[in-house]
Structures are given as C-alpha cells and as structure tokens.
Design a binder for this molecule. Structure first.
Ligand code: NAP
Length: 324
C-alpha cells in the first residue's frame, strides 16, 4: 500500500481507503461478520483511512467502526459526516444556512458522532451536502472552525453536492475547508477541469468517492439486475440507467481488453492517477473486495496512452436523483 499527503493536514493516508456506507445499510443484506472481516483485512493490507457518515444506517456504520478500532493498535483516520437538519436534499438555492446547519444542531450532531466513534475528537468532519447559495457567508463552516479550536474536530470539509460539485472551488480558494470529498471516476471526469487543480494549488486534501459509479464500473453487471426496495441502487439505477451504464462499461472493457487491468483495477487506478487525489474510498463489504481493492495501490501506474483513451469515456449525464 502506498501513502499520500492528505493536503496540508500533515496526515499521510493510504491511496485506497475504506468506503463504509454499505456496512451501515441501504445496500441489501449485509452481515456484520462480513463487515468486520472486510475491515480487518483492509487494515491488514495497510488501509489507514475510513469514510463513514451519520446517515449510513443511522449511525450503524460509525458504531461498527468505533467498536472495531478498539481492537487495532494502528493510527487510522476516520472521516464522518453531518447531514443538514431536516429539509430538501440537496438543499435548495433558497435554503438558509442558519436553518439547515444551526449551531445547536451542529454541536449536538458532533456529540453523537463522537459517541458512535468512541472518541473525544473527530479526525475529519464533513458537512454531507452543500449549496453554492451559502458560499459567500459559510457560517456553518465558521462554527466547525470554532469546534476545531475547541479540540472536538481536527479537520473540516464538505462532501460535494452531486449536481453542482464545482460549487466548492470558491470554498477552497477562501481557505475555509481543509479537505473535500468528491465524485471522480471514468464517467465523471469534470473535477479534472478545476476542482482537482485548485485542490492542488490550495493544499486541500481530496477524498474520491464512488470510483465504481456505485458498482457499474466494476464491469460485473449485465444490465437487467433487480435491486430490492430497501437497496438504494433500485433508485440510482432505475429505468434504463443501469443498462446505459453497462453499455458504456462494455465499451471500455472492449477497448481496453489488452491493458492487463481488470475493470475494478482500472476504475480505482484511474481515480488515483490525478496527483491532487489523496485517497480513493471504494465501497467495501466483504473480504474479497477488501483484498482486491487494496491490492490496486501497488499495481503499476496506468500508461499515458491508456489514460488518454479513458478520457474519451467521460460521460456528462448529469446526476440522477429520484425518478427518471
Ligand atoms: N454524498 C456522499 O458523501 C457519499 C455518497 C456516496 C458514497 N460516499 C462514500 O464513498 C464510498 C464509496 O462509494 P459507494 O460505496 O457508494 O460506491 P462505489 O465505491 O462506486 O461502489 C461500491 C460497491 O461496489 C461493489 N464492489 C466493491 N469492490 C468491488 C470489486 N472489487 N469487484 C466488484 N464489485 C465491487 C460493492 O457492492 P456489491 O458487492 O453489492 O456489488 C460495493 O458496495 C461509500 O462507501 C461512502 O463511504 C459518500
């Protein structure tokens, strides 16, 4: 496993981190024993960064991680997220920051994160979503800065809203966040235009999420898979979305079949190739995925001509929320 600077935080994080959404819920059946084995193997392979959130199983993912880490001696950076108070997701342009992230709410929510993770100080706290409507007066971030100076949080940041990831560029330039979580994968290459270069320029640590586009870029789907009602993929891949993603993935597979990389390897390696990226956090839910995904860090770098060909597979489809 190779390690990279986490922006200007002073931390070194593993190129492959652990995406811990599915171990909390919303991804169909998940045995806690599988989750614990996956965590165990990932850390044995050198992972020192775990991403979770309040919303992953209503704190379940955090609680599993908090309990699990008591059995491990090594230092692990855990990133968690606070959602906005009840209301529209993503926040509408008319939402008021004081109503969605009020100080009392933020403080209570951070207390809950500390309890679930069994710690007295959060390594990284991200606001789980954002709107550019708040960029010029980011008072919620000022409150988090205060909590940072009180020792409750070490690094603060934002997880980009899917429909407007570029809204965070101003926040990086204004120096109000330490780190950022962003969608960047073979389909979603837009961050290469500005977010990643600005992160490099400002020393903002970059966490890449959804490197497999929620699974389709692993190349294992046929396009007719059915997901249970309680599985968020039944919504994400609703209608013909899965079939369209599969068609594009098949085109990548066909073109790159002699590259020597499997699709999961290609997808992860693509995301970590940009120098601004600190860690890529594939969702991991069992031993096999832990082993396969962590091994990608030590594979050879993608050759330049392969990278150039992958650029052609960028897909500006926008983002699908509910419905069609
Ligand atoms: N707004 C936000 O802040 C936000 C949103 C989304 C995700 N995240 C974070 O980012 C992490 C990664 O995103 P994600 O988990 O949503 O999606 P992802 O990484 O694109 O896909 C993860 C899924 O792919 C499958 N998979 C993993 N490794 C595989 C392999 N080697 N071969 C075949 N299949 C494999 C697993 O599902 P199956 O085994 O069921 O196929 C896994 O749950 C999350 O866990 C979470 O920590 C944050």
């Amino acid at each position: 496993m190779k390690y990279r600077k986490f922006g200007n935080t002073g931390l070194e994080v593993s190129e492959i981190g652990f995406g811990a959404w599915a171990i909390g819920g919303s991804w169909g059946d998940q045995k806690d024993s599988d989750s614990l084995e996956a965590l165990e193997i990932a850390l044995d392979q050198g992972v020192n960064f775990i991403d979770t959130a309040a919303g992953y199983g209503n704190g379940k993912s955090e609680r599993i991680i908090g309990e699990f880490l008591k059995s491990r001696p090594e230092a692990v950076t855990v990133c968690t997220k606070t959602p906005p108070a009840a209301g529209k997701w993503p926040p509408s342009p008319y939402c008021k920051i004081e109503e969605r992230y009020p100080e009392k709410y933020l403080r209570e929510n951070v207390e809950e994160r500390l309890t679930n993770l069994q710690t007295s100080s959060l390594d990284v706290l991200l606001l789980h979503t954002w709107t550019r409507a708040w960029n010029d007066r980011p008072v919620a971030l000022e409150i988090l800065q205060k909590m940072k100076s009180e020792g409750l949080i070490k690094q603060i940041g934002i997880s980009t809203p899917e429909h407007d990831q570029n809204c965070v560029v101003q926040l990086m330039r204004d120096g109000v966040i330490d780190v950022l979580q962003v969608i960047y994968n073979i389909f979603e290459q837009e961050p290469a235009a500005q977010i990643l270069p600005v992160a490099k320029e400002t020393g903002t640590g970059i966490i890449v999420r959804v490197a497999f586009d929620e699974g389709v870029l692993t190349g294992k789907y046929k396009g007719d898979e059915q997901f249970g009602k309680d599985d968020f993929r039944s919504n994400y891949f609703a209608g013909d979305r899965l079939a369209r993603g599969v068609r594009r993935t098949e085109a990548i597979k066909e073109e790159l079949k002699d590259s020597g990389y499997t699709m999961p390897q290609l997808a992860l390696k693509f995301a970590m190739t940009h120098e601004a990226v600190s860690t890529v956090i594939p969702g991991i839910r069992n031993q096999n995925q832990a082993l396969q995904n962590t091994a990608v860090s030590d594979l050879p770098e993608l050759p330049e001509d392969l990278l150039m060909r992958l650029r052609e597979h960028s897909w500006n489809r926008g983002f699908w929320y509910g419905g069609k």
